[in-house]
Design a protein around this ligand. Structure first.
Ligand code: DHK
Length: 143
């Protein structure tokens, strides 16, 4: 089966250094390694991409069409702002899992609304980086 695309949006390249009280001390490399190990348990592969640029994320989502079987995305701040990223995410016609490391619903009001959730198959929030592993496992085991 085609690989699972793991996408991370703005500021997630700073994981481990940025607000460790909120996002923990693991780095983005640790997240990707966790995703790879989880996928490998099911004989599946991960392709990882991170960008701080909305356009680069949209281009990468378009490229997933016909190439990847599912998408795990932490859209970072674009969660709460980007109609364009949401529109892009329906293009590949694959299951999408939206992941947030923190519990966005327990934080500022502006983090309570997601443009992505209505087009996502599933949403994970507040599980720390284990949320990525849960998302990958879900995608590897769903019928
Ligand atoms: C990450 C971000 O960068 C924030 O903009 C979101 C999300 C929350 C997270 O919890 O992973 O509001």
């Amino acid at each position: 089966m085609a690989p699972i695309l793991v996408l991370n949006g703005p500021n997630l390249n700073m994981l481990g250094a940025r607000q460790p009280d909120v996002y923990g001390s693991d780095t983005l490399d640790d997240v990707i390694e966790l995703c790879r190990k989880t996928a490998a348990r099911f004989g599946r592969e991960i392709i990882a991409f991170q960008s701080n640029s909305e356009g680069a994320l949209i281009d990468r989502v378009h490229a997933a069409r016909g190439a990847e079987s599912a998408i795990v995305i932490n859209p970072g701040g674009f969660t709460h702002t980007s109609v364009a990223l949401r529109d892009a995410l329906v293009v590949p016609e694959v299951p999408i899992v939206e992941v947030h490391i923190s519990n966005v619903h327990a934080r500022e009001d502006f983090r309570h609304h997601s443009y992505i959730s209505p087009i996502a198959t599933a949403v994970v929030a507040g599980m720390g980086i284990q949320g990525y592993a849960a998302a990958v496992e879900f995608l590897c085991t769903r019928p």
